[in-house]
Design a protein around this ligand. Sequence first.
Ligand code: DUC
Ligand code: ZN
Ligand code: ZN
Ligand code: ZN
Length: 463
Amino acid sequence: MYDLAIRGGTAVLGDAVVRCDIGVSGGRIAAIAEHIDEARQVIRADGLLVMPGGVDTHCHIEEPLPEGGFQEESWESASRSAFAGGTTSVVCHTTQDKGGTLLERHRSNRERAAAGAMVDYGFHQIVADPSDAALAEIPALAADGIGSLKAFLTYDNVHLDDAAFLRVLQAAKRNGLMVHVHCENYDAINLAVSTLLANGCTAPKFHALSRPPVVEREATARAIALAELVGQPIHIFHVSCAEVAEEIARAQARGVAVKGETCPQYVTLTADDMDRPGFEGAKFMCSPPPRTAADHAGVWSMIRRGVLDMITSDHCAFSFEGTRGKAKNGRDAAFDVIPNGVPGLAARLPVVFSEGVSKGRIDLPTFVKLVAENPARIAGLYPRKGVIAVGSDADLVLWDAERPVTLTNALMQHAVDYTPYEGLEVVGWPAATIRRGEVVMQADVVLARPGTGQWLPRGPGAR
Ligand code: DUC
Ligand code: ZN
Ligand code: ZN
Ligand code: ZN
């Protein structure tokens, strides 16, 4: 007798797409079979795909803001948004303040997440200041299940110069951790920003001009070279275009342990979106910035080549209005003081499924690898997460592959007041989300309670 049977669906099991039933016991997948008849609860999945719940290993949730307080997107609202879009696990960030230490912030971040989260969660540790004292805390973090460090090569409050980045790489190597990197050249951006501002170019659209592809490509090549020197595997966050991915491909070809991710915004939004009238363009500002329609095609081709093997959201939500939002410095604020980031937790699976599978750019098994299996692998969560297999957590999304939906902010169920995908027509939508055997979303209604998400201790993950 199983706790739950999901009957009549078509499951994505690795490279196979098969009609089968799935039995769940104790929150885990206990059987995958032609027919499962004995179960206390039955969910019919006729006509639906059954896929692993989405694993989003690059999100920003309830992070402290430079001006004090926290991001609008709380653990509770982010969890609702995740479930609304078929995602069941996230890996977010703990930020080190310059001059600060790591463990205290890590513990308080864990407490905040434990109180509010409904999704299962882990953290990357951002190292902003690799002092001896900070690095000495890394073994304790690793012992607590932090599988990765995150390095920023730009942004005033967190950026690392080469010397500091090398120290982070060495610390990761000593502790067996993965390193994720935000690659953009800090000094090149600052030069471009000051030149643009001096010429009166302050509108949101100039954000894109201040961070052209070469700025991202140079930092990516440099990060790879330094990681190669140290012999430390790295993972490049949010690759925006093929010319950047090409640096990853060249390194992979010479045997360097480097992987890359991209995000839905880099196959849907463009720099022209930041040129919408008035302050509207601020809604599309993220870093690296969205590029061009030709770059969308380039990113898809790098996905098909396997150079970019995962798609995360980089969910970093700011409302358009309000004191913590895009307009917090006024609607005529210069682009360099507008918060960077777009919300995308709920939109990720629908946008990638629709643009990818429904439009024939990728097949179904590739979709599952991009949004669930490969993120789980690199985050050290596989095979507990990211796969439908006996023994894995019963994290599932039942998917209506034919359903047309026009995206609206209300459907995203996040805390902020807009989505950059407003009006986008997608085909394919989650009918239900199941987390560890519990139905947590059905017909767009989220059913879980805050505090039910589980901490995910992580190892170093795939290289
Ligand atoms: N870019 C980042 O690097 N992080 C959050 C948001 C963004 O746009
Ligand atoms: Zn049956
Ligand atoms: Zn980043
Ligand atoms: Zn990010």
